[in-house]
Design a protein around this ligand. Structure first.
Ligand SMILES: Nc1ncnc2c1ncn2[C@@H]1O[C@H](COP(=O)(O)OP(=O)(O)OP(=O)(O)O)[C@@H](O)[C@H]1O
Ligand SMILES: [Mg+2]
Length: 367
């Protein structure tokens, strides 16, 4: 990559017999917003700690602008961290909290003043310099923590679940603010969350993690539209996942029926899993549907109804519809070939990418 700033090459972390990270490889480009997304315990914080220099990798190399930094002390890395609990000093006011790192570096008072006011301006807290920490709201404390990190002019900012303590409304507002701040600063952000909506809303690129591994990397749209496996499909958004088999290229069988699809490049009759997103399913009459289901429950969600149903084979189907249905009624569900996402069992990300490229190539030939 042209503007690579950070590179992890075969990075592992073990604590005794426990493997917390298994051979992690990734590259971060300058000026982009990246998110590590995964359930509790999957290794997100461990990646940040290795990158920040708070803990060593058990194997592998970490490079910053092409130079190996495994042995570089944390305070010499142009990387700063915003912690989940903010870790502010309660006995210091806002100004002194933000100035703390600069004072340690023996920066002159005039320069400190200038840099602290600039950092407070960037997080929209000008005028709060003299406030005590306990006189601030959660969102304001969060911004002080960010100001304290950016005042050191890092080239990479690491943020470990910084929004998890905020209520839903403030959290959404802060997501927008953080994204705008990253764009104003033009530096690389590596953000950690286990909230998929947050990851989709904020990131240029998402790394979906589970069990110490990165399962899939891609833009929010790519990850949502083309999840590589069951875990990713389930973790990102709501999905209907059923077992099926790839009869031939562009032909997949599930619920004992054969459907046209866009996927190809598998062995005939290979067992697969099929993903259909609830918003891609249209509610229709029994004779117009590709599948017939019985409605079990329906929940009004504000802009849509969430309709749970089941087919004759016992699979559950969640449908998002602007129209309501009737519990107990038989209805049809209709979808197009491109709404069917086929996943091969145990496929690696590289194999998945190669297969996608192959049928994107085929589509180009047809044009
Ligand atoms: N100091 C340690 N000693 C032993 N095991 C550890 C240590 N730190 C982390 N681990 C283990 O490493 C794994 C990854 O931990 P990590 O903190 O990176 O997870 P996480 O994805 O940040 O989770 P969360 O979302 O809960 O913060 C966990 O199984 C954890 O128990
Ligand atoms: Mg963590």
């Amino acid at each position: 990559m042209a503007n690579t700033i950070i590179k992890f090459n075969g990075v592992e972390k073990r604590y005794g017999d426990t493997v917390s990270l298994k051979k992690i490889d990734f590259e971060l480009e300058q000026g982009k917003f990246y998110t590590l997304l995964g359930p509790s315990g999957c290794g997100k914080t461990t990646i940040l700690r290795i990158l920040a220099g708070f803990t060593d990798a058990s194997a592998g190399t970490v490079t910053f602008k092409g130079k190996r930094i495994n042995d570089l002390p944390a305070n010499q890395r142009k990387i700063n961290t915003v912690f989940q609990d903010y870790a502010l000093f309660p006995h210091l006011n806002v100004y002194d909290n933000v100035a703390f790192g600069l004072v340690l570096k023996k920066t002159t008072k005039t320069v400190i003043k200038q840099k602290v006011s600039e950092a407070l301006r960037l997080v929209r807290l000008s005028g709060y310099a003299e406030r005590e920490i306990n006189e601030l709201s959660g969102g304001q404390q969060q911004r002080v923590a960010i100001a304290r990190a950016i005042v050191n002019e890092p080239e990479v900012l690491l943020l470990d679940e910084p929004l998890s303590a905020l209520d839903a409304k403030l959290r959404t507002a802060m997501q927008v603010e953080l994204r705008q701040l990253q764009q104003r600063l033009g530096i690389t952000f590596l953000f950690v969350t286990h909230d998929q909506g947050e990851a989709l809303a904020m990131s240029d690129e998402i790394f979906v993690m589970n069990n110490g591994e990165i399962l899939q990397q891609g833009s929010p749209v790519a990850i949502y539209d083309e999840p590589i496996n069951h875990f990713v499909a389930n973790f990102i958004g709501e999905s209907n996942i059923v077992k099926g088999k790839m009869v031939a290229d562009h032909q997949v069988e599930f619920v004992h029926q054969c459907f046209e699809c866009v996927d190809a490049g598998m062995r005939p009759n290979e067992p697969v899993e099929v993903v259909l997103r609830p918003e891609d399913l249209d509610l229709t009459s029994v004779d117009q549907g590709n599948l017939v289901v019985t409605v079990d429950t329906q929940v009004f969600r504000g802009s849509i109804y969430g309709i749970m149903s089941h087919d004759h084979a016992g699979n559950h189907w969640l449908i998002h519809s602007v129209h309501q249905s009737t519990v107990g009624r038989q209805v049809g569900i209709y979808f197009e070939p491109e709404d069917i996402h086929v996943m091969r069992y145990g496929e690696s990300e590289a194999e998945f990418d190669a297969r996608l490229e192959q049928y994107e190539g085929e589509a180009d030939e047809k044009i």
